[in-house]
Ligand binder design. Sequence first.
Ligand SMILES: C[S@@+](CC[C@H](N)C(=O)[O-])C[C@H]1O[C@@H](n2cnc3c(N)ncnc32)[C@H](O)[C@@H]1O
Length: 208
Amino acid sequence: MKNLLRYFPDLTDAQKEQFAQLPALYAEWNDKINVVSRKDIENLTERHVIHSLGIAKVQTFKPGTQILDVGTGGGFPGIPLAILFPDSNFHLVDSIGKKIKVVNEVSAALGLTNVKGEHIRAEQVPGDFHFVVSRAVTRLANFYPWVKDKFKKQSNHQLKNGILYLKGGDLADELKESKLKRIKSYALSEYFKEEFFETKQVIYIPAQ
Ligand SMILES: C[S@@+](CC[C@H](N)C(=O)[O-])C[C@H]1O[C@@H](n2cnc3c(N)ncnc32)[C@H](O)[C@@H]1O
């Protein structure tokens, strides 16, 4: 929690309270439905919450922004982003229904009104979003076709509408394979000092 406050010093009391509830909520739900590895549950704030919020270091979402989180699992990166941006709307989808149960239970416990969890495959989501966010779902060559028709035409952020994907390691082959253009990568080590972030990046792919 201390690091979270250091990296995001402008949180309101309500947001601090919501972030503070996450470790206990996920520990409780993870015992019933596994959404986070046992090792990671002990480092939830660093490995899941701060990591998810890496997207916010790259782009601040304006009020009214529509965001789709594809393959959200138990709600990452969608839930931490929804706490940070209470005036943006987050549609969190996963192809496994019990994971969405965790998403909906956690967001209800936090009183989040800007999160909609849905059990649906990404390919089937009817689209109209400014941004798609994701972490640890599939290679970009598979991912992009799932979401390519889901972007609003009008962009109103510093970044044009597109994908903000949390990735790690050497991505040269994956990016080449995807044949996607104008990709930018942002190293999370620029923002967060823990070793965990050393090779972590946010990959931005504008809608094309
Ligand atoms: C490794 S988990 C990552 C979960 C979460 N994003 C995280 O980082 O903690 C990958 C998730 O993607 C989901 N998934 C895979 N293919 C999908 C698809 N076509 N549509 C929706 N969800 C999908 C899986 O069910 C799984 O929950």
